[in-house]
Write a protein that binds this ligand. Structure first.
Ligand code: GAL
Length: 818
């Protein structure tokens, strides 16, 4: 079978570096096991054996999500539950709670590979970034490892079972029903790495880098490096390199000078370039492990130099500057790609969030893919890395509560070891809305988990998202946490602050406003848990749930209370599952909470946050569209989201007056609103004035005519020809003059020719049951997004999009060798 590998690092000994053409040894090789996997759903225990015939199985690449191709069905994992944390009084049947996709059950994967750098006497380690769920791993017929929690990374020592030549890996997984509150994904949805080293080497996550002293002139860099194997006569040479690859500090130490199997080195970096969201400067530590003069291992760790402080009354500071988290919570799924991780898809999410002014991400409610942490380091996002949605008290029948006793400590350790060298990570979260807040034992569990975090990483504080405010205050649960995080409690921040010793409060989860992109309901008024016949929510951004708020209510507290250290909005992106307020109303199966929809198109709310958070770019955005046949003469409020202090609205040239932001209400403080505007077809124009009262910008929206043609816009022009890179092309249906037709909802068809493939499409409609991977989808409110993927052959690809009665469109995307 073809070798399934991708060599990320191929390191030769110093002899080769010196140009001496002697026989060489490679110290460390990493193979990405991504290709030529065989997959079959169902239970296949006999598939562990090397000679098992898997010819009839599907050939897949990993990361892979076995359920994302559907079909959707309201009976998939339908759950009859009372969601206590949502204030429900009785159990009802929730249909789309976990996304309506067929992820329940067992599935098996097999991969036969060769690792030419493996020889007897060397070491083989498998690193699995996450597998959904309960993966049991077999090599050449024998069980070699197992991890229960589907979100965690873990490694397995394969050495004893590994052969020179061909090896067969088999992994069995199982997803139980009623084990999740959202779509978890299914199968080998994250990357799998095979690492070959000398027996004497640095293990997985073997380094821990901290920066105990940082000032303008220098930073002390403390590097702890674990070693395994034959510990005699070992020497470690560590070099720190800056972003340009220049060596800025080195240190060498013999293992005899230390105790046990860990080196500890202190290096000094002069004039350190500090990491922040605005300046994501990174360093690397290159460790060379020698036994005598023989190079045994080379290991690279990326890190950053930055200070974080959380101080009573003063709040949070990064590198000495006080700031509040402008954060979003996100689930791990990537909309139409499901849970299968893809770096290009994550990068696109972060690009959109950056433009909105976001500087922090909460990985709700589980550990992130390594690719996300890497991107946050590189692109500049602070992270709250979260572990659990449940401790011992269950929220769902088959959830983490069953694993807690046996696994919680192991899970936390892996989460911390995998992520503690990343400067982006600024706090650990040990749980989200765990019902244990209200139990007697809750405080003890909290202390147990928080102590583990402190032991494994004394440099970062610990938080948790609390929803049971009164319980958590009364039983001191909230008082014990390093940082008290409250979900949806802006009304109570003052009270909670008064009762807590920490002198600060975090909005660990905020807003949960619901909206459907491009949908406007009348009258435009605040509505709690409002449901409509079409299973959509209004984009006037005034609808929320029993427990939640509109963005403005949180803004007020964030802006007025100095001890509130920021917020993490629920959510940056829509996700699969949890279609509140339509939890019981199939076909709704994805969320309405997102600031950006499931397809990755910003909803109006994006601009409300952008106007408040992105202080470096102007925002001027009009809500709603202006195509409402039948509403002629009816009140149709106009809202403007802008960071200009005032603006004037014109309807068909006639001024509707000027509005200024004012503090008479939470909404009027952050939005300019013409509540009595009356709809007449034509155009609305808004002219924004700066602080001096000068006209500074304008924006116009026109009533659209009949759908006429398709326009395409890509997020990227050139992709890497690696068979993984993605471009997202937004298709809009417009009239003859190029105005978006907000009611256009016809099917569009896609075809890709050249060096690329059609991957998926999504339209952001939480009720749409068309499958993402099929090349036909209907537009939602005039738009959808098509995702194309590069092949491994560089060159161009062309995407064609057509629809009945519409002039089609095409776009060319280039792909280039790495
Ligand atoms: C919170 C919970 C989130 C999500 C959200 C929806 O209570 O932590 O996971 O369910 O509500 O508003």
């Amino acid at each position: 079978m073809t070798l399934s590998r991708h060599i990320r690092k191929l390191i030769f000994t110093g002899l080769i570096a010196l140009g001496i053409g002697l026989a060489h040894a490679q110290t460390r090789t990493e193979y990405l096991l991504d290709k030529n996997w065989k997959f079959s759903k169902g239970n296949h225990p006999e598939a562990v054996y090397t000679d098992y015939n898997d010819k009839s199985w599907q050939t897949v690449t990993v990361p892979h999500d076995w359920a994302i191709t559907g079909p959707f069905d309201g009976n998939n994992d339908s759950q009859k539950v009372q969601i206590v944390q949502n204030g429900e009084k009785e159990a009802t049947l929730k249909t789309g709670r976990t996304g309506g996709l067929p992820f329940i059950g067992k599935g098996w994967y097999r991969n036969t590979f060769e690792a030419p750098t493996f020889k007897k006497g060397r070491k083989a380690t498998l690193l699995i970034d996450g597998a959904m769920s309960d993966p049991v791993v077999y090599l050449n017929g024998k069980e070699v490892g197992h991890w229960a929690y589907g979100y965690n990374s873990f490694s397995i020592d394969l050495t004893d079972q590994m052969k020179e030549g061909k090896n067969t890996l088999a992994i069995g997984l199982e997803n139980k029903p009623e084990a999740s509150r959202w779509y978890p994904g299914a199968g080998l949805y994250r990357n799998i790495h095979l690492i070959i080293t000398e027996d004497t080497s640095i293990p997985v996550w073997g380094t821990y880098i901290t920066t105990p002293v940082i000032n303008k002139n220098f930073a002390k860099v403390n590097v702890k490096t674990k070693v395994a194997g034959n510990l005699e006569n070992l020497r470690l040479q560590t070099s720190v390199k800056n972003a340009r690859g220049e060596t800025v500090a080195t240190a060498t130490k013999n293992l005899e000078e230390t105790d046990g199997n860990e080196f500890e080195q202190e290096l000094v970096v002069r004039n350190p370039a500090l990491w922040s969201p605005e300046t994501p400067e990174l360093y690397t530590a290159e460790s060379k492990l020698y036994s005598g003069n023989e190079l045994k291992d080379e290991y690279t760790t990326r890190f950053g130099i930055r200070t974080i402080k959380f101080e009573p009354e003063k709040g949070f500071s990064l590198n000495g500057e006080y700031r509040k988290f402008k954060g979003v919570c996100n689930h791990h799924d990537l909309g139409p790609l499901g849970a299968a991780v893809n770096e290009a898809a994550l990068r696109r999410q972060l690009v959109l969030l950056k433009d909105m002014g976001v500087d922090a991400i909460r990985t709700s409610h589980n550990m992130p893919a390594p690719e996300l942490v890497k991107l946050c380091d590189e692109m500049g996002f602070m992270m709250m890395v979260e572990s659990f949605d449940e401790w011992k008290a269950p929220k769902v029948t088959n959830g983490y509560s069953h694993l807690f006793d046996d696994w919680a400590e192991k899970d936390l350790i892996n989460m911390i070891h995998a992520n503690r060298n990343s400067p982006s990570v600024v706090m650990w979260s040990i749980g989200n809305e765990v019902p244990d807040q209200g139990t007697k034992e809750g405080g003890k569990i909290l202390k147990f988990l928080q102590d583990i975090c402190h032991r494994e990483d004394p440099t970062r504080p610990v938080t948790a998202g609390m929803d049971r405010l009164q319980n958590a205050l009364d039983n001191n649960f909230a008082a014990v946490l390093d940082i008290p995080g409250f979900n949806y409690k802006p009304k109570h921040y003052e009270m909670a602050y008064g009762r807590l010793p920490q002198g600060m409060i975090l909005g660990s989860e905020t807003a949960s406003t619901v909206s459907s992109r491009g949908v406007y309901k009348f009258p435009a008024e605040p509505q709690k848990h409002k449901m409509y016949d079409d299973n959509q929510s209004s984009s006037y951004d005034l609808e929320y749930c029993n427990w939640s708020q509109i963005p403005d209510d949180e803004f007020v507290k964030q802006d007025d209370l100095p001890y509130v250290i920021g917020e993490f909005v629920w959510t940056g992106f829509d996700y699969l599952g949890e279609p509140t307020p339509y939890d019981e109303k199939w076909p709704s199966h994805s969320s309405y909470f997102g600031i950006i929809d499931l397809a990755g198109i910003p909803k109006d709310r994006y601009y409300l946050y952008r106007s408040h958070w992105n202080t470096s770019k102007p925002t001027l955005h009009i809500v709603p569209h202006w195509t409402f046949p039948g509403r002629e003469g009816k009140v149709t409020p106009v809202f403007v989201y802008t960071n200009y202090p005032s603006a004037e609205l014109f309807i068909n040239g006639k001024s509707q007056g000027r509005q200024e932001k004012n503090k008479s209400s939470n909404t009027e403080r952050y939005r300019l609103m013409w509540k009595d505007a009356v709809y007449q077809p034509g155009e609305i124009k808004v002219v924004a004035y700066d602080a001096d009262g000068k006209a500074a910008a304008e924006e116009t929206v026109r009533t659209a005519g009949k759908p006429h043609h398709i326009i395409l816009e890509t997020d990227r022009q050139t992709l890497v020809a690696d068979g993984k890179d993605l471009a997202y092309i937004t298709a809009g249906i417009v009239d003859a003059n190029g105005n978006l037709c907000p009611d256009a909802d016809q099917d569009l068809s896609f075809s890709v020719s050249g060096n690329g493939i059609y991957k998926v499409a999504a339209n952001g409609d939480a009720t749409n049951l068309q499958m993402f991977h099929l090349p036909v989808m209907r537009a939602f409110k005039g738009k959808l997004v098509v995702t194309v993927q590069s092949t491994e052959k560089p060159g161009n690809m062309t995407l064609k999009v057509s629809g009945k009665g519409l002039k089609p469109a095409k776009i060319e995307i280039g792909t280039a060798a790495k």
